[in-house]
Design a protein around this ligand. Structure first.
Ligand code: NAD
Length: 330
């Protein structure tokens, strides 16, 4: 889909490469003919996500945990770049078990940073999060205006940014943080207590269950299709603009959609496969702790410094995602 000639032959470690975003990054890097190593402990990732790559001689799997420094060091040996995606996602998961989220998202992050620096990795690109905006009410979100964190997960992702910044100051180690905004698309897990809203609702509509919206449905999100996120990572890897290094970037499309509108689009697109879905009503439940009311990114910084120009609007991406779920999970 994308053409980044400079990545051909590069040795790139993708942590969390068996997960939703990580497996899409592995796939895109293999298309660029890079040498890809995936480090994953399958905490939430799936073997089926990487099954198609196992026969590719450019792909290596290391099954291991980022909480183990020796594992991180082994994975970083001889790598040009790291795309660090491994973490425990989900705000509710971090509220239920803040200790484990911190051990993986902060402790594991720090071990990966140390291992990458010591191995002489050129650039460390990591998954940050829009949750870092916390209780800041300003819209659209611009990178240097953040509020107080609203969940343990948000703290972990902010601490990662602080560590990355300090690694530049103290060790002259180059990083780029990508604050992802509600990413969705193929291979995102629709099952489990911590499933994200889009795959969860798609699955429920497909099985004729009535999804429950947390709250009144007026909350809004900058839902971001996976191919825009892949593009951002490829740009961060290959940019030769030194000013673009050691920054954090909103990674989004730059439009917001309410939960109520999202449900309407999902029903419309899924009804093309199964007309009965158009008649399914949604339920409304309690508001969820830790949720921010509205989220909308300014993507100007990424446009200016990384030439980011996302191709997929939320609706275009949603059509792709719905078709993928219908063909793969029905
Ligand atoms: P995911 O759960 O599908 O992927 C995370 C991967 O990390 C999984 O494969 C999991 O097995 C692996 N992992 C977890 N703990 C590990 C450990 N201790 N050692 C090694 N591997 C481990 O989630 P995702 O949606 O693909 O998220 C990828 C990254 O993007 C995460 O850092 C997440 O916090 C961040 N992020 C995601 C979103 C989103 O909307 N999906 C938004 C903001 C930030």
């Amino acid at each position: 889909m994308y053409d980044f000639q400079t990545l051909k032959g590069k040795k790139i470690l993708v942590t969390g490469g068996a997960g939703f975003i990580g497996s899409n990054l592995c796939e895109a890097l293999l298309e660029q003919e890079a040498w890809v190593t995936c480090l994953d402990n399958f905490a939430t990732g799936k073997r089926e996500n990487i099954a198609p790559f196992l026969g590719n001689d450019h792909f290596t799997l290391i099954e291991g945990d980022i909480r183990d420094l020796d594992t991180c060091k082994k994975a970083c040996e001889h790598k040009d770049f790291v795309l660090h995606q491994a973490a425990l996602g989900s705000v509710p998961r971090s509220i239920n078990d803040p200790v484990t989220s911190n051990e993986v998202n902060v402790g594991g992050f720090l071990k990966m940073l140390v291992a990458a620096k010591d191995a002489g990795v050129q650039r460390f690109i990591y998954a940050a999060s829009s949750s870092t905006y916390g209780d800041s009410e300003s819209l659209p979100k611009v990178e240097d205006i953040i509020g107080k964190p609203l969940s343990p997960y948000a703290i972990t992702k902010y601490v990662d940014e602080l560590y990355a910044d300090v690694f530049k100051r103290t060790y002259d180690f180059d990083t780029i943080g990508l604050r992802y905004f509600n990413v969705f698309g193929r291979r995102q897990d629709p099952k489990g207590a911590y499933a994200a809203v889009i795959p969860k609702f798609v699955m429920q509509f497909m099985t004729h269950e009535s999804p429950t919206i947390n709250g009144g449905g007026e909350y809004s999100r900058d839902f971001t299709y996976i191919d825009n996120v892949v593009l951002m990572n490829l740009l961060a890897l290959s940019s030769d603009n030194t000013e673009a290094l050691n920054q954090v970037y909103n990674t989004a499309f730059g439009e917001r959609t309410t939960l109520n509108d999202l449900v309407q689009y999902l029903k419309e697109y899924l009804a093309e496969f199964d007309p009965k879905i158009a008649d399914i009503e949604v339920q409304y439940g309690e508001y969820r702790k830790g949720d921010v009311p509205h989220s909308l990114a300014s993507i100007d910084k990424a446009k200016n410094l990384l030439n980011y120009n996302p191709k997929f609007s939320m609706k275009d991406g949603l059509k792709e995602a719905v078709t993928w779920y219908w063909n793969n999970l029905k």
